[in-house]
Design a binder for this molecule. Structure first.
Ligand SMILES: [Ca+2]
Length: 481
């Protein structure tokens, strides 16, 4: 498999004719920065990440020209918290934007301030989904003006974030006829119904359409002749709106694709297993441009990984999810997680309550969830999947080496007792550092909400106001015991 992937990347490299440069320093040159963000793309739904059905020639070409991360993560599988942690270098509870449709605490500074202070002009083209505006004072760049923004003022470095609306629901962009529903392969933990196949076909078409947008950005950078000195990042944002993806702390939600191309400093066709998180991106960019770090950020620069100096970064990465405030969400269903290279520990403090979201609550625009529920009435596998999505135990532990799709909960297994204790302790320490009080923090959601700038797709339909509703039986606060 690894060999096939290597040959695939090598072939892509040859086909693209990309020049493999000697990595060198060019003193006095500030790199430009382009970040292209998909919207709800499951991390491995592209050719170079192993899905050979979905057509993503530009993601694959970028990977052949740069470094591909196999273990990159967001700390929250929802749009607004993901974007705001990426832009601030702070985890969601600490920056305040932990619910969806949320805003950071007043006075929070972001990459816009940090880069502007270092002589950069900083633009954003596409979906915003952050607030308040004072924390993210991007220059707004209409999509048709991207080339103009890149080409403006030669010699003045820039950072441009291009945020797509694809492949977020509704899956309407792209050519779904390119993906025959009868031919699509059904991922593990999915239920094979005609509606699932049709949904995957439309979702793949949107990924291919996103890939087209990525290709246009790559072409715009090339056209202005600064490709060698441009840090070009593609990343997938978070898992798609399928059960076990978005709105969960499972890997299908938190795991992200990330490719960094920087011909001057990053060797082409490289793959790294180093564990990185979205909060690391801002410190990495600050170090890469030679600027001073910002004190107090949660992230840590992974420039050394990009330069091939180390293959390690974090020992563990964390996840936080709140269901309060999402459309048709449970009144209170917090989730917290910690993940090492080999294991995942998930804590569901309100495990006695059912988990609910827009899919379950009747807003399933993809139309497949109802077909799963229907089949679950007669099919045991379907029943297990449908029930398991809505009812979870307090603690889940998975060995990701043998169980990458998190299907066999090992919590309470004697052989893993010490590891479980250690992961629980690490998670508790992280929550303490973040000021995260679990259920109490969940109940403070309202003060953090904001619904501005969601973009044309996500702006449809607002969640009904929910009152705080504590369950009768809840788990004790997580303690480092
Ligand atoms: Ca999203």
């Amino acid at each position: 498999m690894q060999r096939r992937l290597f040959l695939f990347l090598l072939l892509s490299l040859v086909l693209t004719g990309f020049r493999v440069t000697a990595l060198e320093d060019k003193p006095g040159v500030s790199p430009d920065i382009v970040i292209v963000l998909a919207d709800d793309q499951t991390w491995n739904d592209s050719g170079c990440y192993g899905n050979r059905q979905v057509k993503t020639p530009n993601i694959d070409r970028l990977a052949a020209q740069g470094m591909r991360f196999t273990r990159a993560f967001t700390a929250t599988a929802m749009c607004a918290p993901t974007r705001q942690q990426l832009y601030t270098g702070l985890f969601p509870v600490r920056n305040g934007a932990y619910p969806n449709h949320s805003k950071v605490k007043p006075g929070t500074r972001s990459m816009v301030h940090f880069l502007r202070d270092r002589g950069y002009r900083v633009g954003l083209s596409g979906k915003k989904h952050f607030g308040p505006p004072a924390s993210f004072p991007f220059e707004v760049v209409p999509r048709a003006q991207v080339g103009k923004f890149i080409g403006r003022k030669k010699g003045e470095p820039y950072c441009l974030v291009v945020t797509s609306n694809s492949p977020h629901l509704p899956w309407t962009a792209g050519d779904a006829s390119a993906y025959d529903p009868a031919e699509v392969r059904i991922p593990p933990k999915f239920i094979d119904t005609p509606q699932t196949r049709a949904a995957l076909s439309r979702y793949y078409a949107e990924i291919t359409d996103f890939d087209r947008e990525l290709g246009e950005c790559m072409a715009a950078v090339k056209q202005h002749g600064r490709e060698e000195d441009t840090i070009f990042i593609y990343t997938s944002e978070q898992g798609a709106q399928f059960p076990g993806g978005k709105w969960t702390c499972y890997d299908m939600g938190l795991h992200v694709a990330m490719v960094v191309r920087w011909p001057r400093k990053v060797r082409a066709g490289n793959v790294t297993d180093a564990m990185v998180q979205y909060v690391d991106v801002v410190p990495t960019l600050l170090e890469a441009i030679g600027g001073q770090q910002v004190k107090g950020l949660d992230g840590k620069s992974f420039l050394g990984v990009l330069q091939g100096k180390t293959e390690k970064h974090h020992e563990m990465v964390f996840g936080v999810h709140t269901t309060r405030g999402i459309i048709n969400g449970s009144p209170c269903y917090p989730i917290r997680s910690v993940r090492t290279a080999t294991h995942k520990y998930i804590w569901n403090p309100k495990y006695t309550e059912p988990f609910r979201n827009v899919l379950i609550g009747g807003g399933d625009k993809g139309g497949y969830w109802k077909s799963w529920v229907e089949l679950a009435k007669t099919d045991e596998k379907a029943r297990r999947i449908v029930e398991g999505y809505q009812r979870r135990p307090e603690v889940e532990v998975y060995d990701l080496r043998s169980d990458p799709f998190e299907q066999k909960n090992l919590a309470g297994t004697p052989a893993l007792q010490e590891l479980e204790k250690s992961l629980r302790s690490s998670l508790a320490a992280w929550m303490l550092q973040q000021g995260d009080k679990g259920i109490e923090t969940e109940l403070e959601v309202k003060a953090h909400r904001s619904v501005s700038g969601q973009g044309k797709k996500a702006g449809k339909g607002k969640g009904k106001k929910k009152k705080a509703a504590e369950g009768k039986k809840t788990a004790a606060p997580l303690r480092a015991s």
